[in-house]
Design a protein around this ligand. Sequence first.
Ligand code: CP
Ligand code: NVA
Length: 310
Amino acid sequence: MNHFLSLADIDSSELRAILDEAHRMKAARHLPNGQSLPKGQPDADAPFTGHTLALIFEKSSTRTRFSFDMAMRQLGGTSITATSNDMQLGRGETVEDTAKVLSRFVDGIMLRANSHDTLTALARNATVPVINGLTDYNHPCQIMADLQTLEERGGQLSDMTLTWVGDGNNVAVSFINAAAKFGYHLRISTPEGYAVADQTVEAARQAGAKITLITDPLTACENTDVVIADTFVSMGDTDAEARLSDLMSHQVNDALMTAAAKNTIFLHCLPAHRGEEVTAAVIDGKQSAVWDEAENRLHAQKAVVKWCLC
Ligand code: CP
Ligand code: NVA
């Protein structure tokens, strides 16, 4: 069974095929007259008519929630969304029992979990595919959309340098996992105390990832093809004040984008906090690809769902 839990667990050839399918499915919705299918209209082949995906959230979401729901509609199927507080899961029913019960009702389960352990327990006990919609550890669906965005702007991933600036968080982990699969060079610039765990970096290096750790963000951004930021305070972080002060040295601003290059692409998974991890001038400027990046959550996840349910 194909669970989509971590990019580290999936062969590079399979991830490549998922990304190719995401490009194909996106293009297929454009009509010869220059228009696109209405967003809620199923794809011409509607491959998952009659299929249902459960969307379960232990924490907030805008993009993941709407993009998975629309993905299922476009694939010909449906989704059922619930927060854990709507479910007995929020009152102490175990995730193991939840997995067994939901597997009798639906064809797949997407979970956004506080703890990565909850996700893996769900997958171990489900008899249908499980998709990771973000945990405290990683966010693999986001990175598939991000890589789709870079490729559609003409990038050959294996020739590119991507630079992560800020907190070594869950999104950074998935960029590290994907570096071993897609062959880009990844620079990571985090202040002291905010690095990604050594074992995650080492495991990726063992798997072939080219990763350079650079404390100084200006040096890290020199001649890079892509600069990536994310919030300084992730969902579940309880030390917001300390983070905002410790991480301000790693704000993405004009100085960093100038050190990069005129055609360097700026990515951010959103939600953004202008004036914190990124300035308004950068995220709302010409080099920003964040709206395409957000849209591609839909297309990339359609391909992920297809890989899981086929
Ligand atoms: N990028 C992302 O996962 O956004 P949401 O938290 O809105 O789903
Ligand atoms: N790192 C952020 C990503 C949000 C999509 C968080 O976990 O809150």
